[in-house]
Design a protein around this ligand. Structure first.
Ligand SMILES: Cc1cc2nc3c(=O)[nH]c(=O)nc-3n(C[C@H](O)[C@H](O)[C@H](O)COP(=O)(O)OP(=O)(O)OC[C@H]3O[C@@H](n4cnc5c(N)ncnc54)[C@H](O)[C@@H]3O)c2cc1C
Ligand SMILES: O=C(O)[C@@H]1CCCCN1
Length: 387
């Protein structure tokens, strides 16, 4: 095999591409991971210090995938010798008898996930700095916690390189020519590969247009807000304050979520699970802040120990599918091209298992999970004009 020839090329060194490349290298495939920006960067979806890991989902298939993912997170921690997960628990609050809230509770119970049910009476004893809204229930998923995101990318990319994998950053892919050997052209070179995996996050459709497909993906800018504590330490990870998820309520029909003060001392990250459409290359031109108004109302009513205006606002992108489920599939016309996309703002925790699935698909092996929720044809059934 010549220098420019690979068993596998992966486009995009976010969390999904990095774990996929790592899995391929682990299976002794000569693998190249291409990234358009200089690493590490903050222009996609995987940057920042923290993410939530949890099993509180509305679908059983995500809970099953998370069982595997927790094991793989722990393996990666051991292999790389770094701490990537911190158990904090996840406080879930929501209007009782609504599906969004009740199904999560039932699914955790059904899958024997350790949890504690709270009552309006004992809620204040556990969380004196949070008010539970009238008519809302609350429970804590105990094994949920925080993932260290930037540290994860560094660790996984490092392990990939240790296995002989090659990373070329600052190298944007400009053209893909399908074939039994796929030709991948970048601004700096041309590579030929038996298999291609596209994990380009918000840029996915920009790459797919040249190979005859567009997915129904919406790129959305999220204002990542940090709120300062009135009394330093009151919502700190060291004081065992948990991550939280508020399902719909009077402040918003969208979920609101937060993580304990951690990366910026004295500041709690609280965001709305929704934002405004953007082109990933024009992110900074999207200046809508209506989500921040919603969050201010929420913080002033429910988190009274925080100043109700964000002290820090950063940006991050979601790539959202119509049903919020991922795309993990072969290209419909070219089986040696695999696509991992549309992680819809909740994909980080699945990184290790997504890497395994995309690697299996790419090598033509049968993945250990039923991938029907993630197939491209679910969109085609609704919209015949995708291809
Ligand atoms: C504010 C926010 C909060 C979140 N919270 C959580 C959470 O709590 N828990 C959770 O599990 N998930 C969470 N997520 C979701 C999670 O972070 C994403 O699902 C995940 O990071 C998606 O990773 P990715 O690899 O698909 O995309 P990206 O990280 O965007 O990676 C794609 C990469 O491809 C590169 N690329 C694109 N085009 C090209 C090209 N032509 N040539 C070369 N390279 C290219 C890009 O530069 C980029 O580096 C959150 C996301 C955001 C934005
Ligand atoms: O994936 C998660 O866990 C977070 C919180 C909920 C909304 C989406 N992002």
């Amino acid at each position: 095999m010549s220098d420019g020839e690979f068993d596998c090329v992966v486009i995009g060194a976010g969390v999904q591409g990095s774990f996929t490349a790592y899995q391929l290298a682990k299976r002794n495939k000569k693998t190249l991971l291409l990234e358009q920006f200089v690493l590490p960067h903050t222009r996609g979806s995987s940057h920042g210090q923290t993410r939530i890991i949890r099993k509180a989902y509305e679908e059983d298939f995500y809970v099953r995938m998370m069982e595997e993912s927790y094991k793989l997170w722990s393996q990666m921690e051991k292999e790389a010798g770094v701490k990537l997960y911190r158990q904090t628990g996840l406080l879930v609050m929501g209007p009782e008898k609504t599906e969004n809230y009740e199904i999560r509770k039932k699914i955790l119970q059904k899958n024997n996930v350790p949890m504690v049910q709270l009552t309006p009476e004992n809620f204040g004893l556990h969380f004196p700095n949070v008010s539970l809204a009238e008519g809302h229930g609350a429970f804590v998923e105990l094994t949920a916690g925080v993932l260290y995101a930037d540290r994860t990318l560094k660790a996984v990319q490092g392990q990939f390189q240790k296995l002989g994998g090659v990373i070329r950053d600052n190298e944007k892919v400009t053209d893909i020519k399908p074939g039994s050997l796929v030709t991948v052209s970048t601004l700096n070179g041309v590579y030929r590969t038996k298999r291609l995996v596209i994990t380009a996050g918000p840029w996915t459709n920009k790459l797919l247009v040249d190979i005859g497909i567009q997915l129904p993906l919406e790129v959305v800018k999220i204002n990542v807000c940090y709120w300062r504590e009135k009394v330093q330490g009151s919502y700190d990870v060291k004081q065992r304050f948990p991550c939280f998820l508020q399902t719909e309520g009077e402040e918003s029909s969208h979920n609101i979520y937060g993580l304990p003060a951690n990366e910026y001392p004295g500041m709690v990250k609280i965001c709305l699970h929704s934002g405004s459409s953007t082109d990933p290359d024009q992110r900074d031109k999207q200046t809508d802040r209506s989500d921040i108004d919603t969050l201010q109302r929420f913080v002033s009513r429910r988190f009274t120990g925080l100043f109700p205006e964000p002290a820090v606002v950063e940006s991050c992108l979601y790539t959202v599918t119509p049903d919020d489920h991922f795309v993990l599939d072969h290209h419909p016309a070219y089986p040696n091209i695999v696509i991992g996309a549309g992680f819809s703002g909740h994909g980080f925790k699945f990184g290790p298992v997504v890497g395994q699935i995309l690697c299996d698909l790419s090598l033509g092996e049968v993945p250990s999970f039923d991938l029907s929720p993630f197939r491209i044809r679910r969109f085609q059934e609704k919209n015949k004009s995708l291809l």
